[in-house]
Design a binder for this molecule. Structure first.
Ligand code: NIG
Ligand code: FE
Length: 394
């Protein structure tokens, strides 16, 4: 079956072939045809072909679904008290991760699955059609294995993050924990994961430890990505580029050498402005990365500690308001940029052949996502050509 969306005020296709935010492209007075699970045609509404069904978009905007390339959704419990304390002046410390690890280990599979599905439904309703999901709150072989298995029920973009922090029972034996992560834990998780990640930061893993974990993951067939530069400067970002990681995430603290490496290499810089919002840390300098020619993605980092929002529209609004990204750059980064960070070419754009993952806004252009922050503007979401959330307004 085919579906024609017509009278689209602004259709964001990301149709340009430039390797960066220059790839943002949109058409006004447009139409789009979905055939099965793919985009079959885009162009001026006046030239649209016939289709089995037809929706008049009433001049509203249609965009590619958001690609959230960084989320931690397999967990139990919550840490609102930690957030409240932070807002009262306590700085963010990665130590809170242990609280979630304890709650996650104690939770049943059903509890974890229900939490994960609820968060995914929340994301979808806000326009996210592709998401990455990390393990990392289990930190035993069995708990990491079930975390990746649960994530794999909902997304192909599963990341093994056994190296999130050293769990309490290994505080006196870091090397023992690293052997576990690079040995039996990786072996138990690799089959259901696509990516390997490590939290390379003071208080988590050193650059040498990070290199060992990512290399072991690569040897097991996984592609590296990294958490680095969140709480302070360090060599993690350059390590990511050196290892050919798909993405270096956070990048809040950036040296000139980091910017140069990201601009020259094949690693996307994934910025997570919800974290800075929720920790009151300084925002990363997106302008510096973009001006240097680095590829920038935006993601939520949805997790119970540093940033408990699943909202890509919020990430876009913060990126525009606080990180000096243009509205076009921010939308590109939240769609095509995320796709780059996940090395996907079927999502993040709406060229013919793309997966039919798209959103209809209750607004005439993409600008409104930043112009009207906090307003739920995503009125309908199609995933694989099927209406997955909301409803197209008549
Ligand atoms: O991406 N940085 C490491 N991990 C998460 C935070 C996890 C937590 O605080 O529970 C992050 O910010
Ligand atoms: Fe994270």
């Amino acid at each position: 079956v085919s579906l024609l969306l017509t009278n689209i005020g602004e259709l964001v296709t990301n149709g340009g072939d430039a390797a960066g935010p220059g790839g943002f492209a949109s058409v006004t007075g447009a139409a789009l045809v979905i055939q099965g699970d793919r985009v079959a045609w885009t162009g001026p509404a006046s030239q649209a072909p016939d289709a089995d069904h037809r929706i008049d978009c009433g001049g509203r905007a249609v965009l590619p679904g958001f690609v959230d390339s960084h989320a931690h959704l397999v967990f139990a419990g919550e840490r609102s008290a930690e957030f409240a304390a932070r807002m009262a002046g306590t700085p963010y410390q990665a130590g809170g991760i242990a609280t979630t690890v304890a709650a996650t280990r104690a939770a049943s599979d059903e509890r974890l699955r229900a939490n994960l599905r609820a968060l995914w439904a929340e994301m979808l309703a806000q326009g996210t059609t592709t998401f990455e999901c990390k393990s990392g709150y289990g930190l035993t072989v069995a708990d990491e294995q079930r975390s990746v298995a649960l994530a794999a029920e909902l997304t192909p973009e599963v990341t093994f993050l056994g190296a999130h922090v050293v769990p309490p029972e290994y505080t006196a034996d870091r090397d023992g924990y690293l052997d576990l992560v690079c040995g039996p834990m990786l072996a138990a998780c690799a089959a259901r994961a696509r990516w390997v990640d490590v939290f390379c930061e003071r208080g988590a893993f050193t650059p040498d430890e990070a290199r060992a974990v990512l290399s072991a993951g690569q040897a097991a067939g996984l592609i590296p990505r990294i958490h680095a530069g969140q709480l302070g400067p360090g060599p993690g970002i350059r390590l990511a580029v050196e290892l050919g990681a798909a993405s270096a995430d956070h990048c809040t603290y950036l040296s000139g050498a980091d910017v140069d490496a990201l601009a020259a290499g094949n690693t996307v810089a994934t910025l997570l402005p919800g974290v800075e919002f929720s920790t009151r840390n300084p925002y990363p300098d997106a302008r510096r990365l973009l001006d240097a020619g680095a590829t920038v993605a935006l993601a939520t980092d949805c997790n119970p500690g540093s940033c408990f929002t699943s909202s890509m529209p919020l990430a876009v609004a913060l990126a525009v308001r606080e990180m000096r990204m243009t509205t076009q750059e921010a939308i590109w980064a939240a769609t095509a940029g995320g796709a780059r960070a996940l090395r996907r070419d079927d999502v993040g754009h709406l060229r013919p052949g793309a997966r039919a993952d798209l959103i209809l806004l209750d607004a005439p252009s993409h600008v409104y996502l930043a112009y009207r922050p906090g307003v739920p503007l995503v009125s309908a979401v199609w995933q694989d050509g099927e209406l997955a959330a909301g409803a197209p307004l008549a």
